[in-house]
Design a protein around this ligand. Structure first.
Ligand SMILES: [Zn+2]
Length: 276
């Protein structure tokens, strides 16, 4: 699961004039693609990139300064390097580096998409002490956007409710999930999404864990909840199939790096001895 790397210190300032230090870890992006070594085990160390040009300081990791920068969309990969999505690096690059690269990509996306004020279209300016772009005309502040989403694993005795999203690979089932609507609490979203997607009512939503998912900017907040009533009725749009499963009868599950899998594994362990 993606989480804050060990020995990572956030540096909130966004000054583009940050001095380059010897040994700085430079993460170069081209759109959503990161420049990595051929094997993908580490970011490619670009020596001739000018990190004073609209670079973003991500933080300090094991004492090493981490900066990121967007290169031109048609920038070629130097010899010994290639461009790839950060998502494709799970299980290839060390988890801490993937997490840092995910943050870096999210910050670059924020910087790129808030160059102009969303209210009055004036070019915005980076704040020197806070991670925010401000409009000099109307003072609108644009922070990196984080979109909360909830995930819910519904339980019934020793069984869990798993569903097939229309976008899943064939055969894959997982917990239910959806983005929060304006004005909702996460608990409200749990009840609403479960009702909308499969037509059942739940109670006692219980927090499990959260995971940053910076592709591009969501925060997944995972819960379990207990079944109360209703017949399973997939909505047919987002959810094409849903059913009750137990530990001895499981479909194909999400990969182990996901919070969905951690949620499912934890619940199965807890429910193992629950009578149905
Ligand atoms: Zn403005």
């Amino acid at each position: 699961m993606l989480s804050t790397p060990h020995n990572f210190v956030l540096i909130p300032a966004t000054s583009a004039q940050w001095p380059s230090e010897t040994g700085t870890l430079k993460l170069c992006f081209r759109g959503h693609e990161l420049l990595v070594t051929e094997t993908g085990v580490s970011p490619f160390d670009v020596v001739d990139v000018d990190t004073s040009v609209d670079a973003i300081v991500v933080g300090r990791w094991n004492g090493q300064l981490v900066v990121t920068q967007a290169l031109a969309l048609d920038a070629p990969a130097p010899s010994g390097a290639r461009w790839t999505s950060v998502r494709s690096l799970f299980g290839v690059m060390a988890d801490d580096l993937v997490a840092i690269a995910g943050r870096a990509g999210q910050l670059l996306e924020w910087n790129r998409s808030h160059k102009y004020c969303g209210a009055c279209a004036t070019p915005t300016e980076r704040d020197a002490s806070e991670r925010v772009r401000r409009c000099p005309a109307c003072k609108l502040a644009s922070y990196p956007r984080i979109s909360p989403a909830m995930m819910c694993l519904v339980t019934r005795g020793s069984q869990i409710l798993l569903a097939r999203n229309v976008n899943f690979p064939p055969g894959r089932f997982s917990a239910l999930a959806g983005f929060l609507e304006a004005g909702e609490s996460i608990e409200d979203a749990v009840h609403r999404e479960v009702r909308e997607e499969v037509g059942v009512e739940v109670e006692k939503p219980k927090y499990f864990a959260s995971q940053s998912w910076p592709f591009p900017n969501s925060l997944m907040i995972a819960f379990t909840a207990e079944y109360v009533s209703g017949e399973l009725k997939p909505d047919g749009h987002e959810i094409v199939e849903a059913d009750w499963f137990d530990a001895g009868n499981l479909p194909q599950l999400p990969p182990r790096i996901s919070i969905a899998r951690a949620l499912i594994d934890d619940a199965l362990l807890r429910l193992r001895d629950t009578p149905t």
